[in-house]
Design a protein. Sequence first.
Length: 536
Amino acid sequence: MALALALMVNAQTTKKHEVQSGETLYSIARLYNVAVASLLQINPGLDSDHIMAGQTINVPANAQQTTVTPVATQQPEQQTIQQQVLQQVRQQVQAKQGIEVPSTPNRPRYKTMHEVQKKETLYSISRQYGVTVDQLINANPDLKKGKLKKGVVLNIPYTMAEDVEYQVEQQRIKEEESKPKVIMYPTIKVAVILPFSKTEEKVSAESQKMINLYQGFLLAVDSMKQHGCNVEVFAYDEVSPVTPVASILQRAEMKEMQLIIGPIRQWNLKSVADFAHQNGITHVVPLSNELSLVNEHPTTFQVNTNNSLVYNQVYNRFCVMHQNHNVIFVSMNDRGDNMPYIADFKKNLEEKGVQYINASVGDFATVHDALKPGVSNVIIPTSGSSAAFETLCKKLDALNLTTEYSVQLFGFPEWQTLTNKYDKYLGKYQCQFFTSFYSNSFSPRTQQFNSRFRRWFNQDQYNSFPKYGELGYDIGAYFLKGLKDFGSSFYENIHNYSYISMEFPMMFEKKNSWSGYQNLSMMIVTHRTDGSVFVR
């Protein structure tokens, strides 16, 4: 009876484990998080040094299998590498091949040596060094010929964890070595190619703008020099009959440039972009927004945002700001009507479930009937011309709306040219417009820049939109800072630093790996009733 009771208890408190190739009693004990002594106790007669694949042994019924998990503080990519290497090690150990890790001066083939003492077994030695019996045998092939003897010196291999750690580190070193070496620039060389038109008897408006752009860039160079950045500038006249752009690119110093700004002429852009790409030079296009150029030149940056990219952002931003407002499109029947833009605008609102009403300035009763009291009425004219703006505002004035009618106009980038002449309308109707550039004359920073510009060049910026001096400053400050901070790794770190712009915010994105960079920045400017301006 006593024997039968013992067998019953054993059946209730154990479960079976089939030994896999390469497993040892020690590895099975670790797998179930139990002591080796516990396994020996419930497996009478088990030879701890010699268990075979396919053999069935008892393990405690309440023992739970454990798995190796990465350290929580490791980075995700490091976890992936370690998991891959660990899987490789397991497969090799199970196949009784061990793991072949080449020896190096800093890591000999074996971890250490061990002289066998009396009564030591392979199992006891393996436990002492945290390796498996199979690993010891693979490291000491002579053990297959006979029993372990006192005085024999054994090679002690590295533990599985040590091999994994070593291979992970080797993989990291390999990846680091495969990365291109970052080159820092003690002096940043810049070529500026613009139509200065030095041969003109009277400086044209275009030439004055280009001179302003160059002057603003020089102010940025001065600012960067005050922060320890050395810059060498080479200026070339794009329209010089003596020195065409092709001959400028042939000059010896051009291949030494880190940055090329310009040209402006559409027919010159591709040859400069090709040259910059072939020589790994950062190329900045200040004005053109043709997507075909940037699509084919991975080192080219377009500052001026393409209209189609701007419009997509306008639709999305408008829906966020005005989705619960009463939206009214007013047909202006003006030569400045932008009907493709308006059609896409309406389509986008419909896709997002935003309702709108159509009205006409020619039948202004339709506008009056579309207005709703107690809600925000947002009117979108189809034209951005100053004449259309004035007509719409005067007709709204004629309605003599009571205070319960809140009216706001949403318009076009051209509206930033309406300041001074139409200030009363801009504030009264809380006029809002989108733009990829904006010079805020109320900003202290802009006022300081204008004062500095006058001190340096004894003149004000040319009165235009955009302000070309501020554009030149933004280009210089943004790209010189990037090249100074990141050197040849500027492209990889394009999103790792920020620059607060004067007029042109910079938010560059690539369409694909072989394209250049397009500026996707877009602002919404709102005139308030108190005369202030809010930009976001």
